[in-house]
Write a protein that binds this ligand. Sequence first.
Ligand SMILES: NC(=O)c1ccc[n+]([C@@H]2O[C@H](COP(=O)([O-])OP(=O)(O)OC[C@H]3O[C@@H](n4cnc5c(N)ncnc54)[C@H](O)[C@@H]3O)[C@@H](O)[C@H]2O)c1
Ligand SMILES: O=P(O)(O)OC[C@@H](O)[C@@H](O)[C@H](O)[C@H](O)CO
Length: 373
Amino acid sequence: MKAVHFGAGNIGRGFIGELLYKSGYEIVFADINAEIIDELNDKQSYNVHYAGSDEKLTVEGVSGVNSSSAPEQLTKAIMEADIVTTAVGPNVLPHIAPAIAEGLKNRKEAQKAPILVIACENMIGGSSRLKEEVVKIAGDDVLDSAGFPDSAVDRIVPLQNNENVLDVSVEPYFEWVVERGTFPETLPEVHGLTYVDRLEPYIERKLFTVNTGHAATAYKGAEKGYETIRQAMDDEDIVNHVRRTLMETGKVLIERYGFNEEMHRDYIDTIIERFRNPDLSDYVTRVGRGPMRKLGLEDRLVRPARAHLQMFEEAPVHLISTIISALYYENEEDKEAVQLKALREEHGPVSALKEITGLDDSDALIQAVAKRV
Ligand SMILES: NC(=O)c1ccc[n+]([C@@H]2O[C@H](COP(=O)([O-])OP(=O)(O)OC[C@H]3O[C@@H](n4cnc5c(N)ncnc54)[C@H](O)[C@@H]3O)[C@@H](O)[C@H]2O)c1
Ligand SMILES: O=P(O)(O)OC[C@@H](O)[C@@H](O)[C@H](O)[C@H](O)CO
């Protein structure tokens, strides 16, 4: 079996690549990073190291295609693929859509069986978003050639600093959930992948616990001058803030999905312990990357905060405080952080938030943030 995976980065190699390999797939990674692509073609294997143990897995049978310079090779790889996956970042999905559209058009012409295209990004409706972009290019007909089920992925894979550039160290924990949808063929079995009828509770629970908590740790950590997540988690004030923030998102999740309260509290504890993992070296700059995306209307901070205000008519003070820390986050090497700083300095933090989210003064969250700022 063959897989094409877009994005040979940390999650691509350290998570999706690992599970596809374990399921018997030969993997072609498509990326714009020429160094990684050359290494993949040269070595044809890499190691996944599991943090906290000497255990490792050698992923073999891998190769690479440079998606910016070898479009024909990429179309051919999609023609031969049994599954297509992505982990490129939400903002990059429109950029890979043309290659996927071309590959699927060719599959339709050749009357190949439909395949799944699964976006493994930290966002709500990632595959649906990709589908929209692909349909814009290739038209609705392309949907005869592929299903685009949404998915939720969870594994902390920090920035890598290994001697072999392809090797990747990961936390042992992982979760990959995919919505079953209406795919007409038998769904491919992938080791560690769970199909569910309705993804919404899974993606919201993950995004509004793991990623909201992570963002709170990063932005509060940055505010105090910490560089790593571990340093931030050694600060009990930050841990308390993160826990209280997650109690607020938890209140929304429990009300919306009927999760068991005690089990959800245990889930929060598990997540906080994962952030504390002494065997992972993760940076505030990675976890806080792309603050404008993270402050987006449907993302991990604003969406649960607005839901809290709507459901309980009460301001989630810790979430709001996290949003304000995010608005003041600075990192000169992060394009979005630079843009955010310019926006904030020119118009003030509340206008920056309004511009990013598209909300106006009539919105309860904007009013609550303005009051706190
Ligand atoms: N790292 C984690 O802990 C983690 C966990 C769960 C989900 N995710 C999600 O996975 C996605 C990737 O995150 P990551 O941490 O692996 O980032 P990363 O930066 O390590 O990997 C992204 C890869 O995409 C490649 N890329 C960028 N533009 C491209 C293009 N136009 N075509 C092809 N490839 C392109 C980059 O070169 C890079 O290799 C994000 O959506 C992230 O939110 C990350
Ligand atoms: O990837 P981002 O930028 O959306 O978020 C940063 C981290 O919170 C994220 O990568 C986590 O490590 C991951 O989502 C854990 O499953």
